[in-house]
Design a protein around this ligand. Structure first.
Ligand SMILES: Nc1ncnc2c1ncn2[C@@H]1O[C@H](COP(=O)(O)OP(=O)(O)OP(=O)(O)O)[C@@H](O)[C@H]1O
Length: 352
């Protein structure tokens, strides 16, 4: 079972079970920033219902989704259906605003991520895609609006003390964010060295399993500088999905990938796209074992990644979700913003 390495931001700087050698070489100067890299457990409060999307569009997406999975859905009373639909929602951003000084980045972003989904967030550069991932992960607080984790509102930032409410959230950063001075084993096992009481031998075993799941063997003692760009991304993925070794863990996991294929050649991109699919519950990992990641979100600019790795797209522009729909509809959408972006045209509503 892939599982928890509870690693909220900042806390790891004060709680230390990691071996002093690993800790020393990770470099504490950079740690406060770089410990963001791993999974973050989300806190929350109030169960909620309702949506932020236009009612018509929302119904359309729901009917597409449920027509394929719920035979005889019409016979189920409306109230039960609504409750079931809400139960599927892992993350909801409701009217989220975020500014950095005078830069108003998010301006009322609203959307939901459901159990089992593979969602892409796309949009022009600087429109706030990475910012929204950080907000979902609880690394950044919105100025206004709410984030609900499984229907319960997160208050403040993610912290070490909070209850995960049955959902672990992992974030894989664009740069892979590996510690240059640590080996692959130490990087992949970092949060276990830091936050678990497992023996070094057990952690090494879990690291090996996680690397095997992403198709890497025999690289444990290498340094990141000895890896190709594609291998670094796979190591980062292995770190995001490492198991804590506890049997019977039932917590769901959402993983968010920030530009996982940026800078890779087309073949290396395909490998990473397929790996992302393979560790999802609908896939089988590199060892042929069923994936365990419930849902994932990919921020990307790459057309190949949009087409190969995600099923539904959220298009973010000027701080809001201006279009959403199945990946297949992206190419045929007549929305002028989507058309301009898909065609890479200089003409249209998006201004640079
Ligand atoms: N901590 C911060 N302090 C100040 N400005 C920030 C901070 N984080 C992000 N920004 C700014 O917010 C804007 C949105 O950044 P973000 O990285 O979310 O965009 P993006 O859509 O992911 O962009 P890209 O596609 O180019 O990666 C940018 O102008 C960025 O410089």
């Amino acid at each position: 079972m892939m599982a928890v390495a509870h690693a909220p931001v900042g806390v790891a700087t004060t709680v230390g079970t990691i071996s002093s050698s690993v800790r020393r070489r990770s470099g504490f100067g950079q740690f406060a920033v770089r410990c963001e890299m791993e999974r973050v457990v989300a806190e929350t409060a109030t169960r909620t219902t309702g949506g932020n999307m236009e009612p018509g569009r929302w119904k359309e997406i729901q009917s597409q989704h449920h027509s394929s999975v719920n035979v005889g859905d019409a016979a189920i009373p409306r109230t039960k259906r609504a409750a079931d639909e809400d139960a599927e929602v892992l993350i909801e951003c409701r009217n989220v605003y975020k500014s950095f000084g005078e830069k108003h980045i998010l301006q009322g972003a609203s959307f939901k991520i459901r159990h089992g989904e593979a969602v892409g967030i796309i949009g022009p550069s600087g429109t706030g895609k990475s910012t929204i991932l950080r907000i979902i992960a609880g690394l950044l607080a919105p100025d206004k609006g709410e984030v609900y984790i499984r229907g319960r509102k997160r208050v403040g930032l993610a912290s070490m003390d909070e209850d995960s409410f049955g959902l672990r959230i992992g974030l894989v950063f664009q740069s892979a964010a590996l510690f240059d001075s640590l080996t692959v084993r130490e990087n992949v096992g970092f949060m276990l060295y830091e936050h678990s009481k497992l023996s070094n031998e057990r952690i090494a075993e879990l690291v090996r399993e996680s690397l095997a799941a992403v198709g890497l063997k025999g690289v444990e003692e290498r340094l990141p500088s000895e890896l190709s760009g594609g291998m670094k991304k796979r190591v980062a993925l292995a770190r995001a999905i490492i198991s804590d070794g506890k049997p019977g863990c039932t917590e769901e996991e959402l993983v968010m990938y920030d530009e996982p294929t940026a800078g890779l050649d087309p073949i290396a991109s395909t490998v990473v796209e397929d790996l992302i699919r393979s560790v999802h519950i609908n896939g089988n990992d590199a060892q042929g074992k069923p994936g365990t990641i419930s849902s994932y979100v990919v921020v990307t600019h790459q057309h190949s990644t949009i087409r190969r790795a995600v099923d539904r797209i959220l298009f973010l522009h000027e701080g809001k979700v201006v279009w959403e729909g199945p990946t297949a509809e992206f190419d045929t959408s007549t929305n002028p913003i989507v058309r301009q972006f898909a065609d890479g045209s200089l003409l249209g509503p998006i201004r640079y």
